[in-house]
Design a protein around this ligand. Structure first.
Ligand SMILES: Cc1cc2nc3c(=O)[nH]c(=O)nc-3n(C[C@H](O)[C@H](O)[C@H](O)COP(=O)(O)O)c2cc1C
Length: 136
């Protein structure tokens, strides 16, 4: 697999999670607010992260996914950060949107209750990312 990490982050939590995944996988990392969807063409796995807002993905994430070109046989790994609720619903929504673009989601990981500007411990989540990537 040749993955890239793409994320949106309003207050920094999802960015820190994204960076931890990129550090571990050595995958390139893109902030979706400054990335063209065509940049994904070089990669066969999309590792996509978003904050949960209103029990949905952030609207910026939704707009980006809507603009992704259709593909054949690519995979996705989804992650989110959230305070308390709505993570399952938000990730299901992205999964469905990506499915309509031709991406099969292999795993979804949520990180609850991060505080902006505080260090976070990602070892459990990173182990899940590693396991999912090794299976591909
Ligand atoms: C406008 C807004 C709406 C939010 N809605 C939810 C929500 O529905 N459920 C939840 O658990 N957290 C919610 N949160 C909290 C964020 O999901 C959480 O703080 C997340 O880690 C922020 O990620 P970020 O720092 O990458 O933007 C919301 C935050 C904002 C700013």
């Amino acid at each position: 697999m040749n993955p890239c990490v793409v994320y949106f982050s309003r207050t920094g939590n999802t960015k820190r999670f994204a960076q931890a995944i990129a550090d571990m996988t050595k995958a390139p990392i893109f902030d979706l607010t400054s990335t063209q969807p065509s940049a994904l063409a070089d990669f066969d796995m999309l590792i996509l992260g978003t904050p949960v807002e209103g029990a949905s993905p952030a609207k910026e994430t939704v707009a980006f996914v809507e603009s992704i070109p259709e593909v054949k046989g690519k995979k996705a790994f989804l992650f989110c950060t959230y305070r308390a609720f709505g993570n399952e619903r938000a990730m299901k929504k992205i999964e469905k949107m990506l499915e309509s673009k031709g991406y099969m989601t292999v795993e979804k990981v949520s990180k609850k209750g991060m505080k902006p500007e505080q260090t976070a411990e990602f070892s459990k989540e990173l182990a899940e990312v590693k396991k999912a990537l090794e299976k591909q």
